[in-house]
Design a protein around this ligand. Sequence first.
Ligand SMILES: [Zn+2]
Length: 335
Amino acid sequence: MKAAVYDGTKIAIKNVPDPKIKKTQALVRVKMVGICGTDLAILSGDLPTPTPIILGHEFVGEVVKIGKQVDPSWLNRRVTSEINSNIDFNCYYCKQGLFTQCRSRKAIGIDIDGALAEYIAIESYLLHEIPDSISYSDATFIEPLAAAYQTFEMMPIDKDDKIIAVFGIGKLGSLITQVALSKGLILIVIDSSDKKLNLAKEFGAQHLINRLTCKDVPNEIKNITKGLGADIVIDTTGNPDALMEIIASCRTRGKIHAKSTHGLGAPINLTELVVRELTLYSSRCGPFEKAIVGLSSGSIEVKQLISKKFKLDEINKAFDSYKNNRDHIKTIVQI
Ligand SMILES: [Zn+2]
């Protein structure tokens, strides 16, 4: 089969053997894969992976073959998949039901081969059916939308939490924006793209800050919040330099939530964190069931977030266009 293989220096289309399924696995004919900031961090060398590796973890497709132990009703179903594979169901975390933190977990497309290929073998416990009401394109948002919901699963919203600032409104930031608005929070969004900012406004964001024209982002956030700072500040930027600004934009006793997986270290003013008693949260993979309901009910809109589609053969063009275009939100590769 054809696959986009990263060899540690570059990504290229190669012919590789079709995956063989184990008893517990399903073979999925991949239809579409969303490209993610994590993929860019791998390609830039910031997030190390074993190589060679097939990238791609936000994917959808159809089950075309199943192993002996897999429920036959999965055959021919439209599916997407969670990314934390090789779960042992037996470790300290699994016993608490925290399967995404299993000690033996391997992330698809990051630790083990992913979905930028014609086929992928998937453990059947990771599969989720895509309802007919969700198109394949929209369904590539299920994994990141689950991560957006997880932000608020991991971080309680208290009665004094009214204003949330989201730094970076690419795909994940745009999804977090919509989930935050559905919770009745007042939203400040910060980005360098007017196109993205205007889209956030269409979704309902009340305050827009373009960091290219705003000289002092924390100060601007303080102007909006009676000098206090935002109650909750979310980082989806993938930019370590933004962290100091994010801390300065958060009110005393406020919450900071890290969502980027750029693989880089970042400077933190620990003294400010301590003196102002800020709480640092983080979260990643989340509840797929909630994301599927969010999309199928129409409460979360994703069509406007799709910037461009490419063929698998155009994989380098797809990554370049995502990397080099400030206005791009979501790039999809069609297999
Ligand atoms: Zn485990």
